[in-house]
Design a protein around this ligand. Structure first.
Ligand code: TRP
Ligand code: SF4
Length: 334
């Protein structure tokens, strides 16, 4: 690993939920790209985490892993700079999870806001399982097994990192200073809205994927919801509430175009189609190299699995070393 990086290891994981969309690109991956220039980064496929909700039908997970890692590599996550690996290949995560589960009070898990929210909201599957409740304990193991100090996550994951800090402190208190306390590197995640104006998400069926061909992207943008208050072309609109402006102009247009939109929209001087057409070339231009890289990698799945295998070997060495220290600190298992 290059020696010119800032101190403090960065680690983040993503559940393999299939191909990624522009919400992932602007919300997560662009941040990872910045971080990989500055820090030693570990990015992993959280396939055990995927099981907490997909346990009834785990067959799709393998394909999702390849699709997701292809997207990572296509946008520029670089196996020469970052360690890319798969959680389930490194059994030490599970060992540390068992050990941490012994010291984690149930009340900490039960009061976790993400847990409470999901239990209340998720109706299409049964998540009343031990694994789902214990999810943050596994997440803690994922982080501290690499002695990671910085964890870039969105706001929804912040309670999990807070729990990880508490569990880490408790471990260090019982068995001696072993792990650094991980910190959240809060991603300032810019909102990306889907074609229907709701948050971009696979489950809403409103996403524009990194793998979408140019004509599909164009069509999705052209049929996208705009400021719903702007019914007729003669009605003035408000770009600040318009999904086209929020998700596209803000990310892809220069200042001049943005000014032109603001002026033209609020005075009803331009129409929505015209406005949409003005941003499409920039979107297609940005995604072109991603798409090309994606096609190349899709033709060479062995290359992708090779990257994962190689990263897994590097991660494995670190995890093994940590567990040696952990077993020693606890006087167990060696
Ligand atoms: N829980 C994260 C998510 O659903 C994924 C994840 C698992 C993770 N382990 C992690 C993220 C460790 C950061 C660090 O998005
Ligand atoms: Fe949105 Fe552009 Fe239409 Fe204004 S002109 S409502 S910014 S699409």
């Amino acid at each position: 690993m290059a020696g010119d990086k800032k101190p403090g290891r960065v680690l983040s994981g993503m559940r393999p939920s299939g191909k990624l969309h522009l919400g992932h690109l602007h919300g997560v991956l662009e941040n990872w790209l910045r971080l990989q220039e500055q820090y030693e980064c570990y990015f992993f496929v959280a396939d055990w985490h995927a099981l907490t909700t997909e346990y009834q039908d785990p067959k799709g997970i393998r394909d999702n892993i390849a699709e997701m890692v292809i997207d990572w590599l296509s946008v520029g996550i670089d196996p020469l700079r970052s360690v890319i690996f798969r959680q389930s290949e490194i059994k030490e995560h599970a060992e540390l999870f068992v050990l941490l589960s012994m010291i984690t009070p149930l009340s900490w898990l039960e009061r976790n806001p993400t847990y409470k929210e999901q239990i209340a909201e998720v109706k299409d599957r049964d998540i009343h399982t031990f694994g789902f409740l214990g999810y943050p304990v596994l997440q803690t193991a994922d982080i501290i097994i690499y002695m990671a100090e910085k964890v870039p996550v969105g706001i929804d994951q912040a309670p999990h990192i807070e729990l990880a800090r508490e569990i880490t402190r408790r471990f260090n208190y019982f068995y001696g200073e072993t792990f650094p306390e991980p910190q959240t590197l809060m991603t300032e995640s810019p909102k990306v809205l889907g074609t229907d104006g709701r948050k971009m998400s696979k489950s809403y069926n409103n996403a524009i994927y990194l793998s979408d061909p140019p004509d599909a992207i164009e069509k999705k943008i052209l049929t996208m919801t705009t400021d719903t208050a702007r019914v007729k072309k003669t009605d003035p609109g408000n770009p600040d509430v318009c999904p086209v402006f929020i998700s596209f102009h803000r990310h892809y247009s220069g200042t001049d175009t943005m000014e032109w939109v603001k002026e033209g929209c609020t005075t009803a001087a331009i129409g929505c189609i015209e406005c949409k057409k003005s941003v499409i070339p920039a979107v297609l231009e940005r995604l072109k190299p991603v798409r090309e890289k994606r096609m190349e990698l899709s033709r060479n799945p062995e290359k992708v699995w090779g990257v994962i295998r190689e990263g897994t070997m590097r991660a494995d060495a670190v995890a093994k070393k940590t567990m040696y220290g952990v077993r020693k600190a606890m006087g167990i298992g060696f």
